[in-house]
Design a binder for this molecule. Structure first.
Ligand code: 13P
Length: 368
């Protein structure tokens, strides 16, 4: 017991201490010398995170929908279009990159994406998990892999400019799912990853995602979300993860896609806020939601309503870390064509701006 509390104290000192690893040139707008400074900057009011870390197979799926070949050059061009959107840094605090993207460069100046983003005041992040794989003994359930070799990958990612990372665990709701073993295995993986990130001066985004697939009601989603978050925070505590130096990326509490009764915006916001208050310690600086397949408008409206409910007394900043809900209109407008870049950037800018307003509870559907 005693050694545990001593290591916790050491953890806090480490968070507040200047990171001596900070040898890369941070942009002038950023003064990110400790885990808590980075975490706070990621969830700063009015800004949120762009999840652009689609793995190569996921990127292929997205490109298939617009009939664009998923090759390295096209993936580079697409990410370039997003990241060079004029003014996007007003609404985007950080970008989650995929390994390939972290090593790619802007088309105009051949500047490495992490360096370009850092200069802009946008924090580069990196997806480090190796995807969700079948969990033996638990039919239909998955566990996220990627802990082997993670430490050395994090060292390299830090040197390449990444200051935060992402690891996504996937939980399904079904007849006998989620099982206790699935929750325990995924929470353990998330906590091991988070502790390793912090050892390397990198802020972990902890992402336990309950999928919207299925017929489950919003009440069932609430119950499972509560259990998943409790299990996750218990593991984070057990593994000495410093809560001040992490960001939680949860699902919202939603009805399953195939549920005959779809909850209203108010219900989603009320139930999500309630479950977060029950489970997330106020030491966590911010919560950045995933969009999980919601429509762009729903993802913005839900975030807006939650911020209206919590107002100025919220224990954490509530923001976005959306993939599809930030990119979908832009991807559609782009179609892989240079002449569409301006329209695609306008579409991305608009979604980012509306979500920024939602972090302050200032969005309304008429703005769409
Ligand atoms: P979506 O917002 O499309 O769910 O993606 C967020 C993400 O990073 C999933 O891991």
């Amino acid at each position: 017991m005693e050694s545990h509390s001593i290591s916790k104290k050491i953890g806090i000192k480490k968070c507040l201490r200047k990171l001596d690893k900070n040898k890369n040139n941070n942009g002038e707008r950023m003064n990110l010398n400790s885990l808590s400074e980075i975490a706070n900057a990621m969830v700063e009011k009015g800004r949120g995170i762009l999840a652009a870390d689609e793995s190569t197979p996921t990127c292929k799926k997205r490109f298939d929908s617009i009939n664009v070949e998923s090759n390295e050059a096209n993936r580079n061009a697409y990410r370039d279009m997003l990241f060079t959107t004029p003014g996007m840094e007003k609404f985007i605090s950080g970008v989650i990159l995929f390994d390939e993207t972290l090593r790619q460069s802007t088309l105009a100046n051949n500047e490495k994406f992490p360096d370009y983003l850092t200069k802009l005041g946008v924090i580069p992040g990196i997806k480090v998990d190796k995807g969700a794989h079948p969990l033996p003994g638990c039919e239909g359930e998955k566990v996220t892999e990627g802990l082997d070799g993670l430490n050395s990958r994090l060292e390299e990612y830090y040197d390449l400019g990444a200051r935060f990372a992402k690891w996504r665990a996937v939980i399904t709701i079904g007849d006998s799912a989620p099982s206790g073993s699935c929750l325990a295995a995924n929470a353990h993986g998330l906590a091991r990853y988070a502790a390793m990130c912090q050892e390397n001066g990198i802020v972990p985004i902890v992402e336990p995602e309950i999928l919207m697939d299925g017929e489950h009601t919003i009440e069932e989603s609430f119950i499972v979300t509560e259990e998943v978050l409790h299990t996750t925070f218990y593991e984070l505590y057990s593994q000495n993860v410093l809560l001040e130096g992490m960001v939680l990326k949860p699902n919202m509490v939603l009805s399953g896609y195939a549920c005959s009764e779809q909850a209203s915006v108010d219900e989603v916001a009320e139930m999500t806020v309630t479950v977060l208050k029950r489970c997330v310690p106020s030491a966590v600086p911010g919560i950045a939601f995933l969009s999980g397949g919601q429509s762009d408008e729903d993802a913005t409206a839900h975030l807006n309503k939650m911020n209206q409910i919590l107002g100025d007394n919220s224990p954490w900043n509530l923001t976005y870390s959306y993939g599809r809900a930030l990119q979908a209109p832009s991807l559609k407008a782009w179609e892989g064509k240079q002449e569409n870049v301006k329209d695609a950037q306008d579409a991305f800018y608009k979604r980012a701006k509306l979500n920024s307003l939602a972090t302050k509870g200032e969005y309304s559907p008429e703005m769409e």
